[in-house]
Each structure stands twice: as C-alpha cells, then as structure tokens.
Design a protein around this ligand. Structure first.
Ligand SMILES: Nc1ncnc2c1ncn2[C@@H]1O[C@H](COP(=O)(O)OP(=O)(O)OP(=O)(O)O)[C@@H](O)[C@H]1O
Ligand SMILES: [Mg+2]
Length: 375
C-alpha cells in the first residue's frame, strides 16, 4: 500500500482544484452500502472527492471519476493508480474506471502541445441494447435534446451504418455535411444538437452493402469528425452483440454505456448479452433504461403492461447496474420520432420521463445543469 500511496500523492501534486466543486456524496444509494462505500474509502481523500459513483457487483468495481482539470497525459496514470488501489480491495477481481470530461478546459493544464480547439476533451457514451427495435435511437435523440436544454453541448453519432434513423429523429434528413480538410463537419439539428449519420451521406433509397471493414472506416469518419465544442458524444449503436459491435467498441473505446431494454424477458436476455459485450469491450456500464414500460390507453387511461413490468429493474439489480429511469409506451413518442420533434423538447409527461433520465446521466457524468430552458 505504501507504494500506491506514494504514487497517488505524486499524481495529486499539481492536480488543479475542481472546476465545479461539489459537496455531492458519491452515488452509492443503489448499492449494497458497505461494498461501494468501502471502495471510495480506499482512495486518498483528494481522489475520493472526485468519485461520481462507485459500484461493486460480481467482483467488478466500476468507478466514474471526475477528471476535471487533469491533463490528458496524467489521466492514464491516475486511472492506473485507482485500478491498483481498488484491485487490492477484498472481493474485487476487476476494476473499471470511467473518466468524465472537463466542463471548462483548464488553461493551466500542461496540454500546450495540442491546441484545445484541435483536441477538446469530451466524453463518449454508447447507447446499446442487443435486441433491435427497443428504442435505442429514440432514447439517444431525446437524451441529446434533454441534455442540450440543460446547457450541455451534445453531439450524436448514428453508428447504425446500415439502418440510420437519427436524420429523421433529429429533423436533419436534407442536411448534407461538408468536409473541411479530412474531417467531416457535423450538421446541426433545429433542436440544438449536432449530429452525423450515414443517412446524411447516402441517399435514403440507396441500399448500403458494405463489408465490415468498410463500415468500420465509415464509422471512424463520423466519430473522428470535427465535433467542435461538443463535450458529450452520444453514440446510437446498431442492434446486435456480434463481432462488428465488439470491434467497434474496442476501436473507439467509449467512456461508458447505457443499456436500453423493454421489460420483456426476451429483450432482457438480449440486454444481458449487451452487458457481456460491454464487459468484454471494457466499457463501463453507467446504467439501464427501461423503455416501453406501461401503456396508458388514450381512451380509458387505464395503464396496462404489454411488455411486462419491472423486468429491467430486476435485471439491473441482479447485474449491479443503476436504473437511470423508464419511458412509457406512448403513441405520441412514435409519432414525434417520425415527425422529427423529440418529446424531450417539451415538458409533457413523455418529455419529463426523458428529462429525468438526462438528469440521472448528467449527475453520473458530473455535467452540472446550467440552463433549464429550451435552446
Ligand atoms: N416509448 C415508446 N413508445 C412508443 N413507441 C416507441 C417508444 N420507443 C420507441 N418507439 C418506437 O419503436 C420503434 C423502434 O424504436 P427505435 O428505432 O428507437 O429502436 P432501436 O432500438 O433504435 O431500433 P434498431 O435496433 O432497429 O436500431 C420506432 O418506431 C419508435 O418510434
Ligand atoms: Mg436504432
């Protein structure tokens, strides 16, 4: 332990003060209190104060760490130190660390070699499910809009190269991205979100019949585009948990993942496959969203559960994942998606459901809301 203490102290020398000091306790509420608290307690107080959430489940410790103001070259060392310290805790077989992005780049950080504008720090979060059609794309577009309403600069990458839907959901079907140098410039939706999708580059009626490596390169063009000021990139993953998805995760290394599932058993089996995929890819899971949870009849207003009830919550608990929230099955959500007017734009019941999930995600990522009104 002495070696690790020295190492952490060295790393902490020159660690800038938090840009947004927080007195928030680490998020340990949904966890067996002893386990997750003991994880944070094993870190020096300077590091413990930056832990956004700590979770221990099935021998896997997942830490979301606020890396505000930490220079890029020190982040890797910090991550290793946290891994080493927590790897010693009883019952921990593996440690996963998600470093969150800066809210405001620190001018004093020693990143002078790379101009901030050329390489801004940003957090990449993948939205995945395993099963198709459970609402990944709908959730991605609405989360993006809800977070943009809170003042977060959000970009959306539509990683569903073969079946892109973000141009429709975010009302940019006719937009054509231009390239500056070798980089694509994202298009801007009317809802304050920037995005890129293969749907912007290929005409809707042209089938895409690429082999895996070509699709991978196309995706790289989208992810490595000029995302400008975006501090958060939400990546709408294609359905499935095969090699294509795994190599995508390993190549682009998202900082975290959100799992979407319906409450139905079949979808949950696939959600568990998606969890395994993220585990294999080394992507920390930030939580689960239950979509199509409860249906309110527009005529009699009786609530029924066409896809079951509470299944996602049970699966999340079993896997030690937080529930980030649930979205009802509502015809308005489908209609709004088709019309390119995400419900998260307004404060109706569906909008509020997405807003609550956005708040939960923002809290996990240390993205403080700065504005609550529409952009
Ligand atoms: N909560 C909801 N209520 C009603 N309809 C919904 C809801 N969520 C999604 N839908 C509808 O279900 C369909 C599938 O949703 P979506 O495209 O978001 O799923 P997906 O997981 O991205 O699918 P894919 O795997 O094909 O990419 C869409 O028509 C969408 O409008
Ligand atoms: Mg989709």
């Amino acid at each position: 332990m002495e070696k690790q203490g020295v190492r952490a102290d060295n790393l902490l020398l020159g660690l800038p003060a938090m840009t947004a000091p927080t007195d928030r306790e680490p998020d340990t509420a949904a966890e067996p209190a002893g386990d997750s608290r003991s994880l944070t307690d094993r870190l020096p107080s300077e590091l413990a104060g930056r832990v956004q959430s700590a979770r221990l489940a099935g021998g896997v410790a997942t830490i979301v760490f606020d890396a505000s103001g930490v220079a890029a070259d020190k982040r890797g060392q910090l991550e290793t130190a946290i891994r080493d310290m927590l790897g010693e805790v009883d019952g921990v077989a593996e440690v996963r660390v998600a470093m969150t992005a800066d809210r405001a780049p620190d001018a004093s950080s020693d990143e002078t070699a790379v101009p901030a504008a050329a390489k801004p720090k940003r957090t990449m979060i993948a939205i995945g499910s395993g099963k198709g059609g459970v609402g990944k794309s709908t959730l991605t577009s609405n989360l993006a809009v809800a977070l943009a309403r809170r003042g977060v600069k959000v970009g959306v990458v539509d990683a569903d190269i073969y079946g892109p839907s973000q141009p429709t959901l975010l009302a940019t079907k006719d937009a054509k991205p231009v390239a500056r140098g070798k980089q694509l410039q994202p298009v801007t939706s009317p809802h304050g979100v920037t995005l890129l999708s293969m749907g912007h580059l290929v005409a809707a009626d042209k089938a895409i019949a690429w082999r895996g490596p070509m699709a991978g390169n196309a995706l790289a063009q989208l992810i490595e585009a000029d995302w400008g000021e975006a501090e958060l990139l939400l990546v709408d993953l294609p359905p499935g948990t095969g090699d294509v998805q795994l190599s995508m995760l390993q190549r682009f290394k998202p900082d975290g993942a959100v799992i979407v599932s319906t409450p139905q058993d079949l979808a949950l089996i696939d959600a568990k496959r998606a969890m395994q995929l993220f585990e294999t890819g080394g992507v920390p899971m930030l939580g689960m969203v239950e979509n199509m949870a409860g249906y309110e009849c527009p005529h009699c207003h009786e609530i029924s559960d066409p896809f079951g009830r509470g299944g996602a919550e049970d699966a999340a608990r079993e896997s030690g994942l937080d529930m980030l929230g649930r979205v009802p099955l509502a015809i308005e959500i489908r209609e709004a998606g088709d019309a390119g007017v995400p419900p998260a734009l307004s404060d109706g019941p569906q909008g509020l459901a997405f807003a609550a999930i956005a708040d939960a995600l923002a809290a996990k990522l240390g993205l403080e809301p700065v504005r609550e009104t529409a952009p």
